[in-house]
Design a protein around this ligand. Structure first.
Ligand SMILES: C[S@@+](CC[C@H](N)C(=O)[O-])C[C@H]1O[C@@H](n2cnc3c(N)ncnc32)[C@H](O)[C@@H]1O
Length: 223
C-alpha cells in the first residue's frame, strides 16, 4: 500500500507520487508497456477488452477523467459533440490533447480527489479507466473521485471504466512483481482494493451497476 490519508484528507505527497511517473519520456512507452505487455501478460485483460468497453460506453458528450495517453478514445472514439479530457498531470493532457485533436477536445487540469471546479454542463458519459488503482486511500476514499464527477453527469448518464485489483486476486509472477514495485513506489495504491468494496461503493452511488472481472481487472459500468 502507498501512503495513507488522514481521516479522509488526501495526502498531497501520495497524490503526487501516483501521477508524477507520467513524464513525457515515460508516456512514449506507456501504451506498449501498459496496454501492450502488462495488460496481456500481467493483468490478464487484453487492451482489446477495454477498447470494447469504450466502444459500448462512449457517448457524443463525453468526459474522460484521468486520460493518460488517450489510447482508448483514439481507438474507440468515432466522433463527439463535446469531448473534455481531465487529468492532474499536464503531460498527459498535452499528449492526449494532440493525439485526439481530430475530436477538438477541451482540456482541464484537475485533481479528482478534490472538488472539481469545472464550469461545464453535464455529460452523458464519463470514462474512468486505470485511475482508481493509482489513487491513494481505501476504496471508499478513492471513490470520492466518483462523488466529484457525479455533479457533471446528466440524468441517466453512464460512468464506465476499469481498475486493477490488488486484493482477492491470484497474480502470476509478472503481476506480483509489478504490483509490489508500483505499490512500493506509490504509483499504484491498490493493495487493499477488492471487487466487493468497489461493487458496494458503486452500488451506494448508482441505481444500476455492472461489474465484470477479467484477470486482475475489474471493468465497471454504472448509471
Ligand atoms: C494509469 S494512468 C491511466 C490512463 C488512461 N486512463 C489509460 O487507461 O491508459 C492514470 C491516469 O490518472 C491520472 N491521475 C492520477 N491521479 C490523479 C488525480 N488525483 N486526479 C486526476 N488524475 C489523476 C494520471 O495522471 C494518469 O493520466
Amino acid at each position: 500500500m502507498g501512503e495513507k490519508m488522514d481521516a479522509g484528507v488526501p495526502d498531497a505527497a501520495a497524490i503526487a507520487k501516483a501521477h508524477a511517473v507520467y513524464t513525457p519520456a515515460a508516456l512514449r512507452f506507456y501504451d506498449l508497456a501498459v496496454h501492450g505487455l502488462s495488460n496481456r501478460f500481467a493483468w490478464r485483460c487484453p487492451a482489446s477488452r477495454l477498447v470494447e468497453l469504450y466502444a459500448q460506453g462512449l457517448s457524443a458528450n463525453h468526459l474522460e477523467a484521468g486520460v493518460g495517453t488517450g489510447l482508448f478514445l483514439d481507438r474507440a472514439g468515432t466522433g463527439f459533440d463535446r469531448l473534455v479530457l481531465a487529468d492532474i498531470n499536464v503531460h498527459c493532457l498535452d499528449l492526449a490533447g494532440r493525439r485526439l485533436a481530430r475530436f477538438r477536445p477541451a482540456l482541464r487540469q484537475a485533481n479528482l480527489l478534490a472538488p472539481l471546479e469545472f464550469d461545464l454542463a453535464p455529460f452523458t458519459s464519463v470514462g474512468l479507466t486505470y485511475v482508481l488503482h493509482c489513487l491513494p486511500g481505501t476504496m471508499s476514499e478513492k471513490l470520492v473521485a466518483v462523488d466529484h464527477l457525479k455533479p457533471f453527469m446528466a440524468e441517466g448518464a453512464r460512468l464506465f471504466g476499469a481498475t486493477i485489483l490488488g486484493r482477492g486476486v491470484v497474480p502470476n509472477i509478472a503481476a506480483r512483481g509489478l504490483l509490489d514495485l508500483y505499490n512500493k513506489k506509490g504509483v499504484f495504491n491498490n493493495g487493499a482494493d477488492g471487487i466487493e468494496a468497489l461493487t458496494d461503493g458503486l452500488r451506494q452511488r448508482f441505481a444500476t451497476v455492472r461489474i465484470e472481472q477479467d484477470g486482475l481487472v475489474a471493468l465497471f459500468t454504472a448509471r
